[in-house]
Write a protein that binds this ligand. Sequence first.
Ligand SMILES: CC(C)(COP(=O)(O)OP(=O)(O)OC[C@H]1O[C@@H](n2cnc3c(N)ncnc32)[C@H](O)[C@@H]1OP(=O)(O)O)[C@@H](O)C(=O)NCCC(=O)NCCS
Length: 455
Amino acid sequence: MGDDTTPMGESSVPNSNSDGNVTTETGESSIEALARRIQESLTVEKRHKFWETQPVGQFKDVGDGNLPEGPIEQPTPLSEVKQEPYTLPEAYEWVTCDMDTKEMCDEVYKLLANNYVEDDENMFRFNYSKDFLQWALRPPGYYKSWHIGVRVKASRKLVAFITGVPARIRVRGDVITMAEVNFLCVHKKLRSKRLAPVMIKEVTRRVHLENIWHAAYTAGVVIPTPIATCQYWHRSLNPKKLIDVGFSRLGPRMTMSRTIKLYKLPDSPVTPGFRKMELRDVPAVTRLVRGYLSQFVVAPDFDDNDVEHWLLPKENVVDGYVVESPVTHEITDFCSFYTLPSTILGNPNYSTLKAAYSYYNVATKTSLIQLMNDALIVAKKKDYDVFNALDIMENESFLKELKFGPGDGKLHYYLYNYRLRNPLKTSELGLVVSAIIVVARLQSHLLPAAAKGLR
Ligand SMILES: CC(C)(COP(=O)(O)OP(=O)(O)OC[C@H]1O[C@@H](n2cnc3c(N)ncnc32)[C@H](O)[C@@H]1OP(=O)(O)O)[C@@H](O)C(=O)NCCC(=O)NCCS
């Protein structure tokens, strides 16, 4: 059964040691190796003309233990922050996108639905719902001025977008107010014209105007310099559809009916007291999540307001479940996922892939495996096709056991104006950005370990 895996996309899965740290044969971390390879292979013209000018970790500095950890540049007095927006080409103008209005939400939705992230083979494209966009862009204390669009002056058409939202992120012992930058998108017809660096500089300027000097962001591309590189794992919930649309394929000696049987789940959660999170659970969930996240090197510093916004269930946006002890009524465990469908491009039978993304999960009394299995069960009940998770936090402890398979997508995490001495292991990372920006597909539909159960 071991050779029943069928690679798709990138074929190599990195070696993970027991800590989940991805290393090469020479013992270098994958980020160090990647940085060295990129640095060596690039001619001067091909280097990162924009990112090399920014206060971010540079590839040439990777492995230099003498550089201090922490802010790379000190804040400048607010009066010295550029007061006018950056200059755009004559035909375009800046617009601050008011996400409270239906019209603006519609425009942003359309730009992203047609131009946002696709997988390498252009089979799927993220299709963030309007409700999701409003949720992701309006957390406690958000700034409207950080929702930035570019319009064509003549036609009024929205052709580019970038956003930031404020977040308190703890790096080791320091809680730092940062911007989480997201949804960078340039219309397909305007690509490769160096508009992205102008968008990034403009959002940075507006972040500085609020006296905030750091940012966290993720990307599918490698730019200077990731603080961690994670991998997606996918758990088939509706294997037939996933195979039909090309998200995964049938293993060589597997039949459709055996595959369906392999991924079958019980009808309802098995943990007594497992129920949907309610408003009254916010303080208990905040306590659980804060306690859990304190073990990671980089993680959000959530308070009750953040938990109410980010983790309280919102139909078709975010789902949160608690385990309430039937005896003591104590809230002992929590799990959550958010909803991010993808448009299936050019398939005559299906138009949407309904995907759940693992978010924050805390197990204290229930085992994490059983808790996540219950999350899979409710996701299946709600008709999701696939359940995705990154190999961050303690996720590696359940991925294989619960029949997740590795995807062909990598997600790189970055900090702006904050240096970490060494890249992090994925298991040291406790941050999930609400919008994950890689469309990944399942590399192999059947894990040998998972398949064994059927023999
Ligand atoms: C990402 C996107 C906006 C980049 O625009 P583009 O027209 O391809 O690139 P531009 O010519 O404007 O700018 C290139 C510069 O932007 C940088 N860049 C490209 N993608 C980036 C990203 N996701 N995050 C940060 N910087 C990025 C490049 O590294 C390059 O800078 P460098 O010379 O220092 O390396 C565009 O390709 C796009 O909309 N893609 C689909 C959506 C998407 O992938 N969004 C990003 C999600 S992380």
